[in-house]
Ligand binder design. Sequence first.
Ligand SMILES: Cc1ncc(COP(=O)(O)O)c(C=O)c1O
Length: 484
Amino acid sequence: MMSEREDEMTGRAFPEQGKSRDEVLAALTDHRARDLKSDGHAFAFVYDAGAETRELAREAYAACMGINGLDPTVYPSARKVENQVVAACLELLNAPEGACGTATAGGTESVMLAVKGARDWARKNRPHIKTPKMLLPETAHACFHKAATYLGVEIIVVDVDETFRAKVDDARAKMTDDVILVVGSAVSYAHGVIDPIEQLAALAKEHGALMHVDACVGGCVLPFMVENGEDLPRFDLSVDGVTTLSMDLHKYGFAPKGISVLLSARRDIRDAQYFACANWSGYAIVNSTTLGSKSIAATGAAFTLLHYLGREGYRERAKQMWDGAKTVMSVVEATDGLELLTKPDMGCFAFRTTEGDVFELADRLTERGWHVQPTYAFGRSPAHIHLTMDPGNAANAAAFGEDLVACMEGLPATIEPPAQVVQMLEMVAGGGGGGLDSGMLMSQLGIADGQLPHQSAMIHRLINAASPAARQALLVLFIGELYS
Ligand SMILES: Cc1ncc(COP(=O)(O)O)c(C=O)c1O
């Protein structure tokens, strides 16, 4: 059988002769047929400000495609575009005099550079620290764990309270002399709440540590909610002790994927994120981010959208999204068997079932054409459905609410997955799955052509019942299978 990597006519992966423009573009369109659509039905992944801005972003992206940010002396536009995007973000986030920043490829890269910068800054300024640590709330994004693993920084997990905000007392109790970085989110992805940034930053400052605010999700929304009159706690660069802040323009800046910024309160902290190398025989290297050759296309698109929409455009969308979130949340609160995990600070939130199986509910919503994010229990957070609002789905909030109520009717009670299967999954995590045929496992779970089946409650129940270590091992197997 021909694999999806082979050419249909010749059976070769790299065709001998080129094809026509129409043919290759048609193949791409065909490949994209089953992708998640930006049609107002997705409550995760999609951050779409509407057809007009999408088209403009596409044009701006294409216009900047040839720019290589590797060397801003050769491509001065790379520097200009980045500096203007960073300046807009610094202004929005009330940065102090002397603050600066860097455009990165995404939230994960911003966070990794914040951790790298903190580590290297501490090496220089607090050289007694041999095992650098960071205080990280249980609810912080997984990319901090990735940064810690890549960069050799230890994590000290900070507990969260019943509202899923970091407990400052717990952070204080766990503070040590080798903590280089304290982290807080604004907002946390799963529950959409702002950690107590002022108190965490004060604690960091008191102990000579740096403080990173992960505003990857909230950075482009919370300031506009405040301008719209919402009363929110302070979280930005004006807070004493906050030294870096990440915000993703490819989320609520509505730009295409590939642009986040990492803002630093001072230049010495920002310069510690850089990498320079003169120890080889080629051209001189100084990289502000992890990439070498670096596309500026998404940065160019972000620049265009910031200037096209203006503060007014972002304020309007922040209001639409918060109104949409309030519509859905009021349905959740009014429906027996549903419960918000906590009241969020923006339209990014979690609800669970108190009666009925939450994963069955997610399947029912999928059947009605909605894309929601079933999420597993971890720490204080129970299994739930996550919703991320964007202007597109906010316009459909009432329709979603009606479907949600309808899906609750006759919802089956929580189903416990078979203990033997969960045990088998744990064996995989423990390295006991050596002889396991991962392809067979995937097909038994109904995972075909890289896609979960429409009815995926059974899979989610199993994974939810497994330990985090088993979940990780399964995820590696799953993605490895897709790319093998
Ligand atoms: C709070 C938060 N931080 C960081 C990230 C990582 O961002 P990215 O997926 O752009 O790497 C995310 C992604 O959802 C996030 O929600």
